[in-house]
Structures are given as C-alpha cells and as structure tokens.
Design a protein around this ligand. Structure first.
Ligand SMILES: [Zn+2]
Length: 389
C-alpha cells in the first residue's frame, strides 16, 4: 500500500478526549494507518507515493455516524432515496453504524425473520474493500420469541449489533433477559430512547433504559421526541457505563442538557454523536457534522472535544481501530477549513462561531476518496494533490 503524506496543515484534531495535537503540520500514513504526526519539515516528500498540500487546512478524524437507518444497498425506503450513503461520504462520514434495519417495508417480526434480516444486512455490507466506507450493519431487532441460543448463533455468523425499542413486548423491561443474553455474547446493544418514533413502536423511559442495561441510549435527546428533562438527568446521573448518544434528528435543547448533565457528572466520555437519519427528518449528509458544529457553538465544549464525541468515542463504543489521529489508527481522515466567505479564518474558529466547515479531502484507510465535497460549503483553502493520484 502506498505511503501518503499530508503536509502544510494548520491544525490537527486528535479525536481523543485526552489528547490535543493542536498546530501540527504533517501527518504520514503507511499501509492505511497513521504512521507519524508532527511538525513541518519532519518528512521528506520524495519518499512518499502520494502527497497532499493541505494549504493550511485542519486535519480531523473521519466522522462516525453511530445511528443511521441502513436497509439494503444504497437505498432508504423511508425517503425512497438512492445514493444516500455515497452522499454521506461527502458529508465526512467515513464509518456508520446501523440502528437496525427496522425501516424495511413489512419487515419480519418473528424470531426467525429478525435473525434472517440481521444476518442478510450484515452479509450485504461486509464485503468492503480498503477505502470503502466502513458500514456496520445487521442489527437484530429484539422481539419476543428470541432466546439466548439465537444470539450465540448470530454471533457465530458475525452479527454483533442488536436494537431494542421496536419489538412487540407488552412492557419494555420484559426485553431485559434478551439484552443480557445479547451482551453476554458480545453484542453492542442500543435502545430507542424517548417518545414513539414509528407507528407500532412505544416510548422508552429513563427507568426502562436503566432496567434494560443497554450499552447505548440511542438518540438520548429524542428520536425525535425527547425524554422529560428530569428523566434525562436521572438517566445520566444513574448510568456509569451507558453511552448517551446525541442525534441531529432529536431535540437540540435536550442535546445541550445532555452535555450540561454529563459535564457536571464527569461523564462526557460517555457522550456520542450521530445523525439518526435517514428517517422522517430526512436524508442528511451533513447531519453529524451539523450536530458537532451546533454543540460547539451553543455548548461549552471546544471543537476538539466535540469532534471526539463523533469520532474517537463512537469508535470506542464500536470497538474499531479508527476515529483518532494517532500512530497505528486506521487513516480515515478529513481535510477541513473555514467555509469560503465565512467571518472566521479556520475550521476551529468557524465551528465555534457556528459555521459548518468545508471539506476538501476525505481519505479512508489512507486512500483518497473525495476531494472537494459536493455537500459542504466550499472550503476557504482547498487541499491540493501535489504528487500521485
Ligand atoms: Zn433511529
């Protein structure tokens, strides 16, 4: 695999809550992984196959959307749109996690059917090559009738995601034994949170989530209807391990409350970002980016920290070796800058000011995938391929 150098950077966002790279200038990639992060002149460009001049832009880990409604192929039945996954690549999404294939028209509801659906979706998205978007799909919808052996069988077939919130349980907490069985088999279990989303489903309260013991409170700020504020506070105070996932499609006021409560409780390392699209809210290629920027501009956290919630922390939840710019991590990267005509000089100050940055480069596994994004605003400075490509 080729050696890649990104030089003339103005700033590097680590994607790690604990680490700041700040004003680093050069990042080198070897065999699809980050090999070096450092200052100008550290690397000899003649030794690289592919060299990008970032023209002073910022380098950031590729965004991970931890709540997307994948079904099959690059099609969403909810908005009857094709090509949305590719469009999300232009929104900086280099990895995504299915929140179950619940939008499949007339989806099965029996145990055999939900297992088959999860396995099929998993298989359909697992044949990726280096440089493709990383799509974690095949999330088994918890339904009455599933038993512990079903999770062992699915796990042996590679399925490792499960979703609570759409099954026909008379009480939500009746699903607790299934959540436990799934977790015992190594599944990551996400739950719906808040008011009813699709017809036939039910609201899920803070008490439900606490008794279910899921890994991720999906769209904790509502999908689209938020929990009452006191319930949200209770959930955050009482959960020491659960991830609290903020979604663009949810309630913005509630998202800001999540940050406030999580900061007060010392639990910011449990907060994730996502879009929860495509849904009734629409197809939103910039959904996750928009959440990061809105929470930078309106919350108290800085862009490095907020970006980590959409990258490094999502990767940690998904147990993937990406989401951070650090030696040995998969080189899923974005080159971003303040948008052209913005009141701000660079991506960091633009995000603080509430402007979406422009993307002028997307790399996955160190492979150049997209140059100037067709979806973000035009970046003030555009990265230039100096060699290779
Ligand atoms: Zn959802």
């Amino acid at each position: 695999m080729e050696k890649v150098l990104i030089k003339n950077l103005g700033y590097v966002i680590s994607g790690d809550l604990e680490k700041r790279w700040g004003k680093c200038s050069e990042v080198a990639i070897e065999s699809g992984k980050v090999a070096f992060v450092g200052s100008a002149g550290s690397c000899d460009a003649s030794e690289f196959d592919f060299v990008v001049d970032a023209m002073g832009s910022t380098l950031a880990p590729g965004l991970i959307d931890s709540h997307v409604h994948i079904v099959f192929g690059d099609w969403t039945p909810r908005q009857n749109t094709i090509g949305w996954i590719e469009s999300y690549l232009h929104g900086g999404i280099t990895s995504m996690m299915s929140a179950s294939e619940v939008h499949l028209p007339n989806r099965p509801k029996d145990a055999a059917g939900v297992k088959a659906l999860a396995l099929t979706a998993h298989r359909c998205y697992s044949c990726r090559s280096a440089g493709d978007q990383k799509i974690h799909a095949g999330s088994v919808i918890l339904e009455p009738g599933l038993v512990a052996e079903d999770f062992a069988e699915l796990r042996s077939q590679g399925v490792w995601l499960a979703k609570m919130g759409f099954g026909s349980f008379s009480e939500n907490r009746d699903a607790a034994p299934l959540v436990k069985s799934a977790k015992d088999e190594g599944f990551v279990v996400m739950s719906h949170t808040g008011g009813v989303s699709i017809p036939g489903s039910r609201a899920i309260t803070a008490d439900d989530l606490l008794s279910l013991g899921v890994d991720v409170a999906g769209h904790v700020n509502g999908g689209t209807t938020a929990l009452p504020e006191a319930d949200l506070e209770k959930l955050i105070c009482e959960s020491n391990e659960m991830y609290f996932q903020i979604s663009q499609a949810g309630n913005l006021r509630s998202a800001l409350k999540v940050l406030e409560f999580a900061e007060r409780e010392g639990k910011l390392n449990q907060v994730l970002m996502s879009s929860d699209t495509p849904t009734g809210t629409g197809v939103m290629p910039l959904g996750t980016l928009k959440s990061v920027v809105e929470l930078c501009a309106l919350g108290k956290l800085d862009p490095d920290h907020t970006w980590a919630m959409a990258t490094g922390l999502n990767a940690k939840m998904l147990r993937q070796n990406t989401g951070e710019i650090a030696v040995g991590k998969e080189a899923d990267l974005l080159i971003i800058d303040a948008p052209s005509g913005s009141a701000f000089e660079d991506a960091i100050s633009a995000m603080k000011g509430g402007d979406l940055p422009g993307i002028s480069g997307v790399l996955i596994d160190g492979l150049w995938r997209v140059g100037r994004s067709r979806n973000t605003p035009l970046a003030r400075n555009l990265a230039l391929i100096e060699k290779g490509g």
